[in-house]
Design a protein around this ligand. Structure first.
Ligand SMILES: C[S@@+](CC[C@H](N)C(=O)[O-])C[C@H]1O[C@@H](n2cnc3c(N)ncnc32)[C@H](O)[C@@H]1O
Length: 199
């Protein structure tokens, strides 16, 4: 089931755009991509992060499992006459080139069931030696962020996520809360985590 089917058309709201901008600003404090870096934006959605990063770096790969989100992304890239980008609609296991310098992933990981499997795949088949993953996601919450919808993870305990990254061969080099969102009468923190492939 595509959880984002009915969300894609309205995704690029001021709130989501601001969320992406804040993540990118934080990412750039930690990891400045070079023009030659190859970036994979995992759970890219409509491209709010990837399209901004494509202004800095030549090679951005967009990957998302949602047909509806990818459809919007394609329309946006077409409108900018930005053709020739690699767009993968599917799971991360579809990518096996081990040529990525930076993986970015904003608010996607909590939708992924098999975090251990994905992290192992990232280390073994996606990141180059010394490649980096930059995660922006929710810290542990009570499920109200998705209004009780059953998503695989109600945010993350960053210590537990750090242990998972380490186990997969990724050394966490920075991790902290960078944003607090207000939804109704609740507050939700977002963390950024930067981890480097250890060998
Ligand atoms: C909350 S949205 C974030 C989209 C985008 N990163 C942004 O910040 O605007 C989560 C995205 O993760 C994608 N996603 C969920 N599960 C996925 C999976 N197993 N593989 C790839 N993408 C997935 C969804 O389709 C959705 O586009």
């Amino acid at each position: 089931m595509d959880y984002f089917k009915n969300k894609a058309a309205e995704w690029d709201s001021p709130i989501k755009i601001e969320m992406a901008e804040k993540f990118i600003a934080e990412l750039l404090k930690n990891q400045i991509p070079t023009r030659d870096n190859k970036i994979l934006d995992y759970g890219c959605g409509t491209g709010l992060v990837g399209m901004e990063l494509s202004k800095i770096t030549r090679d951005v790969i967009y990957l998302d499992s949602s047909e509806s989100m990818i459809e919007i992304l394609k329309k946006k890239l077409d409108a900018q006459k930005d053709w020739g980008r690699t767009i993968i609609q599917g799971e991360i296991f579809a990518y096996n080139q081990r040529d990525i310098d930076i993986i970015t992933t904003l608010m996607a990981l909590h939708h992924i069931e098999d975090i251990d499997g994905v992290l192992n795949h990232i280390t073994q088949n996606i990141l180059k030696s010394s490649g980096v993953i930059v995660i922006g996601d929710l810290t542990e919450e009570d499920g109200s962020f998705h209004n009780g919808d059953p998503v695989p993870h109600k945010g993350f305990n960053t210590e537990e996520l750090t242990a998972k990254l380490n186990k997969a061969g990724l050394e966490v080099i920075n991790s902290y809360t960078y944003n607090t969102m207000v939804k109704g009468d609740k507050k939700f923190d977002q963390f950024i985590m930067v981890a480097k492939k250890s060998n």
